[in-house]
Design a binder for this molecule. Structure first.
Ligand code: DGJ
Length: 728
């Protein structure tokens, strides 16, 4: 009985390899990613693009492409996870030194299976080297309605000693098109997500970072590719990709000798050759991508809907408006000032007061960014009643209370550093370089993970009414050395990020309903792995509304509005409070401004803007977003949102810097029901101001509004209109 079972098992395994061609279809409503097992048993991508109508057509796809331009019969496959040391002469996904020093790996099909997951199907594909006991399992989760595919890989082996992995990508995808146009998202502190385009030429283009503690600063972990033509908003085939890794990442775009493109995404292997022990499973981060035949507008809506449903912490939940004190008081506050600000929060109509940096440390009080970070005890002189008193003031004012922390970091001028000098990433044999006067704690060390988790846990245990955390992370890793990892220093970049996730996981497990903002010296942390643990992220410290138009346009390419925190501040006082608020209102609205700075009219305007925003949450936070007028292509910007029933829509229209005599076009809406009739009302008006919108108060069909549009833009500098549309 046992014998015959084994016999059948081997027959099944053998016939799996031999039955050729075996086709693995990873599909969503509109996309097909097709893999094929060749006669040799190696697995190739045969297709990635719009969905096939007939399953039988997949068999016609050749597993190889011609690999020579002179017409000779050289054939090369697009190996699904290409490896080092074989006949593929381009960048591999996996590069291993086996423990006998051999640098080649060949992977062969072992098995594959598919099963349902919420919202789609997961396919796993097991591959194994035929000479070395190395096994690779590729995972693909395909989300049917959102047309998003998430791919990651697990690597393990049973060699006698550890193997060294020099490259270990999450996944790779290929395209055979006439041309490829890449959009990337560069920047710096206060200039996040600045979009630029280029045509990819033969050779490699790499987008990567080496910041250690966050994914982004000089470039963000996102890309768009226009296939056959430059990326456009409403037409053309585009791919949008991102990686869920809160550390060094790398995208490699390589156009080969016959003008095919391969895209390899993963952890940046820079200074990170990874020694993998026998039987240890190395799991790569998730590479997340979508493909659309109708431009980036549809592709972004795919990602936004997917993120809300499946990735973001409390993605389907609501979000709170808040008043933050960072831009208003900086480090200069006391109990009296804070209690006043909580009353102002209530007066404004916001849900929560958020206390920022500067509330902690006693031996080295946190008066500025030079000291105190790491000592998470309230500064007694400054706040004698401690957090409990602050929570009480908030309660008395009738608002919620949230608090800022930066628990992964410390100033060397802190009691923590004095007690545990070996908990920090710092190179003992070199001069220390301080970024914002601080150092990064060594999260590869489980004791340090306990400590960081303990920071949140202690605050929450002592003050269970705290309603929100803003979790900051201001410094990249600057002095790469872990006292904990000793001779395994090349694991530090990877294990540090894993340690960060261990902490995030524990916090989420214990406090599943606690909303949290992820922040990293502005918008340096905004990746989809960390967002499993955070309800939202801070897009940028740059709250100048003009700059914010570009930053928010950039992040909206990949992120839903409910995850993007936008605050009204005093940056660029040359613009009106209305303009600043209208710009912030297209995202998750908050304020960070003293009410004394506002005139009575401005205050009353802000109050009504918050109440309008609350009413429009179903459209702005849960609805579909349509980017209508690009600040990159015009001197304006316009975006509209439509709720799920197409009953309510809201149009945000901004005049950024129109030119004299410029022809002003009407804004054509998108996503409405053409057969419904919508009443058009301009909202967010300053007190005693009448709407100047020609169509205000009138009713139009959705068809008219999408075909002809509204006169929402003007020649005014830094002007805005918010227009509510209600179906009758
Ligand atoms: C950087 C953040 O981006 C700011 O919003 C603020 O929280 C400061 N850190 C506080 O130090």
């Amino acid at each position: 009985m046992k014998k015959s079972f084994l016999f059948l098992f081997f027959i099944a395994l053998f016939s799996n390899v031999m039955a050729s061609p075996k086709i693995i279809r990873i599909g969503t409503k509109n996309i097909d990613l097709v893999l094929q097992v060749a006669e040799s048993g190696r697995v190739y991508q045969t297709y990635l693009g719009s969905k096939f109508k007939n399953e039988s057509d997949l068999e016609l796809l050749p597993w190889y492409v011609h690999a020579a331009t002179d017409g000779s019969a050289v054939r090369r496959g697009w190996e699904v996870y290409s490896t080092s040391g074989n006949e593929d002469f381009f960048e591999p996904a996996l590069s291993i030194h086996h423990n006998d020093g051999n640098a080649s790996t060949y992977l062969y099909y072992i098995s594959s299976e598919s099963h349902s997951i919420p919202g789609g199907t997961e396919t796993t594909l097991v591959l194994r080297d035929n000479k070395y006991p190395v096994e690779v399992t590729m995972h693909y989760q395909a989300y049917e309605n959102e047309n998003v595919i998430k791919a990651w890989t697990e690597i393990k082996h049973q060699e006698k000693k550890p193997i060294v992995m020099d490259t270990y990508a999450s996944s790779m995808i290929y395209f055979e098109r006439s041309s490829y146009f890449l959009n990337e998202f560069n920047g710096d502190w206060a200039t996040e997500m600045s979009m630029s385009s280029q045509q990819l030429q033969r050779g490699k283009k790499v987008i990567d970072t080496k910041l250690g503690s966050r994914a982004a600063m000089h470039t963000q972990p996102f890309f768009q590719i226009g296939l056959d033509q430059p990326v456009q908003e409403n037409q053309g085939e585009v791919v949008l990709g991102t990686i869920g890794w809160t550390g060094n990442f790398r995208f490699t775009f390589e156009v080969d000798n016959v003008d095919n493109l391969r895209v390899i995404s993963g952890i940046n292997p820079y200074a990170s050759a990874y020694e993998l022990n026998p039987n240890e499973v190395f799991q790569t981060p998730e590479f997340i991508f979508t493909l659309s035949q109708n431009g980036t507008g549809e592709a972004s809506r795919n990602l936004q809907a997917w993120a809300r449903k499946y990735q973001l912490k409390d993605g389907m939940g609501t979000r709170m408006t808040l008043l933050n004190n960072w831009e208003n008081t900086g480090f200069n506050f006391n109990e009296e000032i804070l209690s006043k600000l909580m009353k102002e929060t209530k007066q404004l109509g916001a849900d929560m007061f958020l206390l920022d940096d500067g509330w902690f440390a006693n031996k080295y009080p946190r008066k500025n960014d030079h000291a105190g970070l790491g000592d998470w005890e309230v500064t007694h002189d400054k706040l004698p009643g401690g957090i409990p008193a602050l929570v009480r003031y908030a309660k008395e004012a009738g608002v919620k209370f949230g608090i800022w922390i930066e628990p992964e970091m410390e100033n060397p001028k802190s009691e923590l550093y004095e007690k545990h000098p070996d908990w920090v990433i710092e190179n003992p044999s070199r001069e220390t370089y301080y970024y914002r006067n601080q150092l990064v704690l060594d999260l590869s060390n489980p004791k340090v993970q306990d400590y960081v988790f303990g920071v949140v846990d202690k605050i929450m245990t002592e003050n269970p009414d705290i309603a929100y955390f803003k979790w900051d992370c201001n410094s990249p890793i600057t002095n790469i050395y872990s006292p904990y990892l000793k001779e395994k220093q090349s694991q530090l970049y990877v294990n540090h990020v894993r340690g960060v996730y261990n902490v995030f996981k524990r916090v989420k497990e214990k406090y599943p309903n606690l909303p949290m903002m992820m922040c990293s010296g502005g918008g340096g942390r905004c990746d989809y792995e960390a967002l499993k643990y955070f309800t939202e992220f801070w897009c940028s410290d740059d709250t100048n509304p003009i700059e914010r138009c570009y930053i928010q346009w950039g992040f909206s390419q990949f992120m839903p509005a409910k995850a993007m925190c936008a605050h009204v501040t005093s940056w660029n006082k040359a613009t009106s409070v209305k303009f600043r608020t209208d710009v912030a209102s297209m995202c998750k609205l908050g304020f960070d401004i003293g009410l004394k700075e506002l005139s009575a009219d401005e205050l009353s305007y802000c109050q009504s803007a918050i109440s309008n925003w609350n009413r429009l949450k179903p459209a702005i936070l849960e609805g579909e977003q349509y980017r209508l007028v690009s600040p990159y292509e015009t001197n304006h910007m316009a975006v509209n949102y439509v709720d799920a029933q197409k009953q309510k829509a809201v149009l945000f229209a901004y005049d950024i810097h129109p030119r004299y005599g410029e022809k002003i076009m009407k804004v054509k809406l998108q996503g409405l029901d053409p057969d419904k009739r919508y009443k058009v009302e301009e909202i967010n008006l300053m007190p005693n101001r009448r709407s100047t919108l020609a169509e205000n108060g009138k009713t139009f069909s959705g068809d008219y509004l999408m075909r002809i549009g509204l006169s929402a833009l003007t020649t005014g500098q830094a002007q805005s209109k918010v227009i509510e549309l209600t179906a009758e």
